[in-house]
Design a binder for this molecule. Structure first.
Ligand code: AMP
Length: 410
């Protein structure tokens, strides 16, 4: 999904490109279309999700579509709890409206109000404010809220925590009844729900959780297998599991090429990306992968580092990295945004020492299995210490496997 496809104008997309964003974040993808449709939106999003652009971009677009009145009455109001946040939001507004004919400004307390009043007099389309100073200046008739078309409550939970409920109520009474309302909050207590119910009309709810930086949500599993059977095993896992979007890590560029070729020969669309591939080839592969045209992306650690893929159901370590931290980076590409993720490692005898290093780093044992028909020939004592608690000994049927797992979890 591109910013343009979300319905944003050329002038806004140009400003976004200047900021260097290539794709919308999940909250942007979810929030921008309903806002552009002039719906009320209730968004669950924390700082770091890209929420500011999530409301700023569509608000700017809406304002820029209508001819500014000569006097530029305030048409959009963003309320936010702290002056730091207010200043940050204004920075965003300024950057994204660089190619638009819109005036914006910020007001907050604790500083001399005279310059703020002077700027207000020149006409402002979009005002970012903290509640206290806004009410102050309103009572002095330095501003009017009678023409507000869009109200944004940012970090609504923090505003309530900071005791702004009464101020918010007062401000709501100063606004025209007919307006669009957007409420952003990281948490949803009873009070926030009450506030939202009182303000929003048939809101569209959208949600974004920050990227999962821990490995807790990831289901990690090791399959022990002989080195020369790995190709066969991975193809079986992908085919029989009907996995549609798989990121596979190899240790070497040649390994990535070889595996991707093998998969293509077996009818699984795959592409390799690594340092020897041109930027064009990498971009093409990534695009195909994101679109679903390519089912498997085979990557080396370095090539994968800059990959902008938000959410993956399956990550496979075709070979384990010899640096334990790389394992954590690799599997961090699954289990994101609250979705369940699976990280599978194919481990041959020579890699068992890497398993121990990884387990030490994670502070936990990794669940280990042997799949029927893929029993390693060299399954010696060395494998035991790595997986004593969960080690799945060779068993004669899948049913036995399940029973064993159930027992071992008790
Ligand atoms: P926020 O959650 O709004 O505080 O944004 C967090 C950070 O993400 C800010 O530094 C933004 O500049 C940045 N950001 C916002 N949207 C995007 C995007 N689509 N791609 C990359 N970075 C972004």
């Amino acid at each position: 999904m591109s910013f343009k496809a979300l319905g944003l104008s050329e002038a806004i997309v140009r400003a976004i490109e200047k900021k260097g964003y290539s794709n919308p974040s999940p909250i942007q993808e979810k929030a921008i279309p309903p806002i552009l449709e002039r719906k009320d939106v209730l968004a669950s999003a924390q700082t770091g999700t890209g929420k500011t652009a999530g409301f700023t971009l569509p608000v700017l677009q809406i304002l820029s579509q209508e001819q500014s009145l000569r006097k530029r009455p305030i048409r959009a109001l963003v309320l936010t709890p702290t002056r730091e946040l207010a200043a940050q939001i204004l920075d965003n507004v300024k950057a994204y409206s660089e190619y638009l004919d819109l005036h914006s400004m910020v007001i907050f307390g604790g500083v001399n109000q005279t310059p703020q009043i002077r700027t207000l007099r020149k006409g402002v389309d979009i005002l970012v404010a903290t509640p206290g100073r806004l009410l102050d200046l309103h009572s002095q008739k330095a501003l009017s809220l009678a023409n507000i078309e869009i109200l944004v409550l940012d970090e609504a939970d923090r505003m309530l925590d900071m005791g702004f409920q009464r101020d918010i109520n007062k401000i709501l009474n100063l606004l025209p009844v007919k307006r669009q309302n957007l409420l952003f909050s990281a948490t949803f207590s009873k009070q926030i729900k009450q506030l939202a119910n009182g303000i929003l009309h048939h809101p569209v709810s959208v949600e974004a959780t920050p990227e999962n930086t821990t490995v807790e949500k990831i289901d990690q599993k090791i399959y022990k297998v002989d080195k020369n059977r790995k190709n066969e095993l991975i193809i079986k896992l992908i085919s029989e599991g009907d996995w549609q979007q798989v990121l596979v890590f190899t240790r070497t560029k040649h390994g990535a090429n070889r595996l991707s070729k093998k998969m293509s020969e077996r009818g699984i669309t795959a592409a390799a990306i690594h340092g020897n591939k041109s930027q064009g080839a990498r971009t093409k592969a990534l695009k195909g992968f994101k679109k679903g045209d390519i089912r498997v992306l085979v990557a080396t650690d370095i090539a994968a580092r800059g990959l902008d893929i938000p959410l993956l159901p399956h990550v496979v370590n075709f070979e384990l990295p010899n640096i334990s931290e790389d394992y954590v980076h690799r599997i961090g590409r699954t289990g994101r945004a609250g979705a369940s993720g699976e990280a599978i490692s194919l481990v041959c005898h020579e890699e068992l020492s890497y398993v121990r290093g990884i387990e030490k780093l994670l502070g936990e044992k990794l669940q280990s299995e042997i799949l029927e028909g893929f029993e390693p020939t060299n399954n010696t004592e060395e494998s035991k210490p790595a997986s004593r608690n969960h080690h799945h000994r060779k068993s004669s049927s899948k049913r036995n496997n399940r029973n064993y797992n159930r027992r071992s979890r008790r």
